[in-house]
Design a protein. Sequence first.
Length: 681
Amino acid sequence: MAQRRDDLGRPEAVAAAFSDSGALSLVLEGPDLVVAAASPALVDLVGGGRPLVGRAYRDTLADVLGPESTDLLGEVMRTGTTRTLRHHPAEHPGEHGDEHPGEHPGEHPGEHGDDAGAARRRSVTLVLSPWLHDDGRVRGVVAHGLDVTLEVRERRRAEVESSAARHDEDAGELVRLLQDSLLPPALPVVPGLQSAARYVVGHDDLSAAGGDWVDEVLLPDHRVALVVGDVVGHGVAASALMGQLRAVLAERLHADDGLGPAVAALDRFARRLPQAHAATVVVVVLDPVTGDLEYCTAGHPPPLVLGDEGPRFLQPSGAAPLASGGGFAVRRDHLDDGELLLLYSDGILERPGVAPTRATVELAETASRVMAAPPAAAVPVADRVGERTIELLVGRTGFVDDIALVATQRVPVLAPFELVVPAEPPASREVRRGLRGWLEPLAVRAMDDLALQHAVGECVANGVEHAYRGRPDGPGDLHVRARLRPDGVVEVDVTDRGVWREPVDRPHHALDDHEHGARGLAMATQLVDRVALHTGPGGTTVRLELAVAREVVLLEGATPVDPADLPTAASDELTTVVEGPRLTASGALDLAGSDDLRIGLMRLVAGRHRRVVADLSGLTLLASAGVQVLFDARQRAADQGIELHVVAAPGTVAQHVLDLVQLPHEAPETGGPTLADLPPI
């Protein structure tokens, strides 16, 4: 790269431009935003025949990156804050059958006679960060990012193919944006655990967005709290309520009050919100080191454990849904090395035509088979189980509700990364390559991977440039060490054994010990959470820290089923009959049928009888919406001094669900259809 530095700018600017990263990088200096340096990728993008260095941005790049870029650059210069530029021209070559210039062998920018026009049609995403003087004044702007032309072109081509498909995609995007704003953007990465979260939106319009949620909270004692919750109903209000419950629970868990008190605090909050009544949640607090865990299933299906001994469900803890009364008992268990814990919402169980108990068995069998199957690619087991299990189950039956799932496996702790390289120019690339391989098993977010590699590469480049300059025995070594801390932070040390010196070909500035390397660390500081510099007679160590995470994946591959389009057998039609002091319900009690049950129970309680019975033995489905209706009716009856007795025959769907949610019930004199009587899958 040495032969290109004269073409690209001064050495200190080149160091900030990531000249060997392959990214689009640019350094602008002074109030006129003069180009001080540009990466080879950016030069190639603009066109090799256009001079950049030493010329003002407005004369070279403003027409390429659009007028909005000039405004954003001015804002960065004025405020010293970081901004993001997303430049996507309205049309790209190739959308109407033409190829991009330079994509065929032998073609190069400039052969088509309109380099500037071709460059203007490129789509780029750039992060614009302030370049600071040592005293903190803004010196200029450092930009880095990627050419995303191909990705944008393919997306737009797909949109043009079908206006109907584009409309559906836009509607789905609205749902995704809503879910993304309320769900955690990512899960923390901690030693000894491999976690994956999947979310399937059960409806394709904004008004039907769901209330399921997932979370992973890293506790102060380095244990991990895994959460899946479910708010009854759909719509923006249900999603907003979900966001509130998630925030309250995460805060109480992080306060380290204990699992039981944390869920109790969530229950007190839910009591003040009528729409939160009968919401369910399961919380598992897991120690990654020992595998010991404690959990609470507040009206929620219990977690599933997968391992060599076969699948097993944890015993329900005995807690009822939120705001329904009762305490929040906590149970304990253990997760062995290699075992996987699966938390899920009831959307994966309440599938069309599948009885709840059969759906539970299918979940255990399918997830176990997926975990035991040899992987088709280098995909973490937690990701494979989470994604493939959903695909297999809903692929056969469809689904009518959102599905939220968290899979967590105990895995060996990742050994620290250590590499010693000569302090020579190729060192940065070698270190980044090694660091990339070390990070791969962690499956961190792409931006975390990119930030660490770039920041570490910059620190290595500083060591190459400064540490051993002028030594008669030639360059020494650089030691790079990285580890994943228990708090989910990747910590990287870059150490040399030399003495920091200013290059002979640039003016010397008097720097104290704390300012050594400030120029080289400016970009690293923008990329990671913390940078610390330690210097002494024995050398210099730069420590970088970044909290890494894994994305929560919103699945789009499965097609939701509209309940109105489902063929409904007579036995699945909800029927409620009120005769005197007794209500009898049969068929499928889902969200759509909950109003019928509510009206029937209101008629029952409004009568002249002081003791009434609701017999649910004939139900073939009892969804969470129906459970909320039952809890509300019990409270309404109690307020009026009426005894409401809920009846469910042993072995029926209702008995199974009522036991799960801890709603008091009793057996009738004559039983109803049992789970064994339901038609097979």
